[in-house]
Each structure stands twice: as structure tokens, then as C-alpha cells.
Design a protein around this ligand. Sequence first.
Ligand SMILES: Cc1ncc(COP(=O)(O)O)c(C=O)c1O
Length: 496
Amino acid sequence: MDSFIFLEWLLQRFDRSDPGPAYRRLYQLICRAILDNHVAAGMRLPSSRELAAELGIARNTVLQVYEQLSEEGYVRAGVGRGTYVQDISQDLVEPLSPPQDEAGRLEVRREDVRILSARGQVLVSNLGFSNLQSGAFMPGIPDVREFPLKVWSRIQNRLWRTEPWDLMRYAPAGGYGPVRQAISDYLSSVRAVRSTAHQVIMTTGIHQGIDVAVRLLCEPGDTVWIEEPAYWGIRNLLTVSGLHLVPIRVDDEGILPDGAQYAQPPRLIVVAPSHQYPLGMVMSLTRRRMLLDYARQVSCWIIEDDYDSEFRYGTRPLSSLQGMDESGRVLYAGSFSKMLYPGLRVGFLVVPENLADTFANAVAELYREGNMMNQAVLAEFIREGHLAQHIRRVRRRYAERRLCLIEKIAEHFGQDLEIIGDDAGLHLVLALPDGVDDNLVVRDAFQQGVVARALSNYYLERAHARPGLLLGYAGATLAEIRPAFDTLARVIGAYL
Ligand SMILES: Cc1ncc(COP(=O)(O)O)c(C=O)c1O
């Protein structure tokens, strides 16, 4: 259907005698048309002036409808360049990775999806979350069995015995003071982050940090650059926030925008410079300088996602991007999900000094934070040196597991399959030959009891997607890795 036929389609269905608000009826009609695939992605909607005149309603009403559709991700509005249908129909019919039950996700029935708001529909149609959170080769998962329970509980018991009533109340804006100080000191010595405790805003993790940053700094419809490929969790969060995502390709040195992309400055850039996810490269110094300089020139924000830079095997990490930033454009998002355990839900944002109070107040206002007992235990845990000790210990453990997996890959495939991004982190990527459907490999492996994630699902533009498998090794022992890889190798072998 083209724009002209769509106008006819709307005219036939828009009931002028209906007493309900014209705004609601028009909005629902266009949503329906997009969700039911009556209109194709990329189609230009009739101009607001034309549509208002044809329907006999105010132009402002049409503009409001278009604005809401744009906020919710149905359409993309280019200033003075018309309004275009976004490609969301594909998201609705194609799950992100293997059939949802196989990836351990909750099943979402189509009938239930349809009763949700448009934003809700976009969210549940793109689920990447999995209920499977352990075992070979679930990526992104540390080994929680290595966590020093005794040390943690000793500190916690000590604190409970002090009748810590203040720790049991809602948290003050920004979080528990001593943990903000401990994190600021830790980041300064380990990651060369430049901050005061005041700039450290406690969150429940990187997800929440990015959520609040987007709410405070971006308008719906703003452009955000994300790396291609990127972590689905943050990609989905940005999509549901109504942002226009522009995937930027990465090479060995990290993010590499082309001339046309530079010419259209985004509002926000989200990168993982210390350890690109999922491909694992470190952003070079040249690219870091380039990105910072560009952000300064066009006044956009950069979120530095530093989710697991503690785990490097051999090479030392470059310091943070935030530490090189002279113009206050970088927000540094960190987390204890990988360093300690994901269920802790303690993370932080380091924001420029002039934004610190705003961010602290916004987090308190939006989420009514608490969790101060964990923050207080963490402060002591860091101060007493247990964090550094724990990281050193698990890093050695994960290094053994990484080596074991690399050896198993060589045993089965020699040099035939490329290993990508194995210098750091909790997973590596096993590239598969072009033409292999990595989702089918993942499905078959799952049926044999082995979990992996398909690399192609981490790309926003499927046309550029490379097939491969993300294999997490940190959460599984050597005794678990060996037989699991033998099974996986048999599955892969059937596709080569
Ligand atoms: C690249 C990346 N960023 C952020 C996160 C999530 O961080 P958090 O648990 O702190 O919300 C993950 C989790 O896997 C990740 O892979």
C-alpha cells in the first residue's frame, strides 16, 4: 500500500459519527494498520495537513497522533522530511533468538501482546532475557559459586547487630554515602575514572543507569548510536524509550562511523570501549580521542558501558573513556553484576559534576531506592580489600576455563573456526562459516542440553549479521565445559 492508498484506507475506516476523541480513534487505526502489516515499513504517512483536511479534524490532532506514534516507535519522524513507518512488524513475528521456550524465556502469546500499549508490544516482542542463568555456555554469567559467602555474611551480620535503622529506610538521593566514596576511590585507582563521591550515583545496575540517563537527557525520537553488534538488553531499553537507533559498525579498533553518519549527529552514543560486547575488542586510543572530540563538537552525550573490564587475561585494559574526557560529555556506567553476582543488583553511574544532584534526585524520585544494607556491606567489602582479592581469584579461575574451552575448540575444529574476542570477559565468540544459521545450531544444542547464544541476534540489521556462537565459560567448571563442548561440537559438525 502506498501513501495515497493508505489515505483512502484511513478515510474508509475513520468513523466521523463516533463521539469518542478523534485523537484516540486515529491513533488506534494507524497502530492497527502497522501491527497488522497493512502498511509496509518505510512507507511515508500522509502529511498532517492533508490527513487533517481529508478527515475533517484539526491538524494539531494529527500532529499529536504522529508524535505519539513516533515516541512509541511505530514511526520515525524526520524534521521537514515526512513521517515514515518503522519496521516493527518483523519484530512481532520473529523472536530475537531461538524459539522462546528453548532459550528459557517466558512464552508471550500473541493474543496477550495485542492488549498491550504500543510501547509494551515493542518491549515484549523483542525479549532477549532468559530464565536460564547458569551452566555451559550461558554468556555474561560469572560463577556465583565462587562468591565469598562467609566474608560477606560476616560483614552483614556485624552490621545487623548495630541495629542499623537508617539502612532500613529508603535510601538518600544518590545512595549510601560511604559506598559512593568507596566506589569513587576504587574507580580512580583501577579505571582512572575522575570523580568525587558526589558524582557516583547508585543504581540497581547498568540497565537502570542507562534508563535514567535516557529519561533525563533524550527526547523520544532522538537518534542514538549503538555499536553493531551490541548487547540486546541495552538495545531493547533504548528502543522502548522511543529513541531512533542507528547501528554503527565496529572494526578491530572499535566503533567506526562513516561520513554520512558523522554528518547527522546523534543525541547519545552508547559504547563499551573497554570490551566491546559481544565481539570483545578494546577501543583504540585514536578512536577514543575521535569520539570524545566529536561529542564535544556536536554536544552529544556518551554512555560508557564498563560492565566487565576487570576480567582481562594477559593484556592490561586501557583506562576509561571517562578519565580522558575534558568536556563533561561522558557518563560512566558500571556494575557489580559480573564482579560479584548479578542478583545483587548494585551498580552506579558516574555523571559530570554539574549533573550529579539532578541524577541523584531523579533516581530517588523514579525508583524510590533502598537496598542500603547491601550497599553498606559492599562499602566495607571494598574497604577491607575483599573486592580486589575476589577479582584476582576468579580471574585466575576464569582464565583456566577460557583456556579449557579454547583447547576443546582446537581439539574438534583445529584452526577451521575462528575464535573472536577471547582476550577478556566471561565469554568468547566462535565464528561459524557464512551461510550457517546460528539460530538452528543454538536450537539443536539446546535440545542436547547445551546453551549458547546466536551471534546474529546481536545485530540490529540482520543483513550484516555474522553467524557465530557466544560461549560463556566463566560460569561452568572444567568438568562441565569438556563434555558440554563435545556435545556442542557434534551439533556444529552437522552444519559444516
Ligand atoms: C554489555 C553489557 N552491559 C550491561 C549489562 C548489564 O548490566 P547490569 O546487570 O548492571 O544491569 C550486561 C549484562 O550482561 C552486558 O552484557
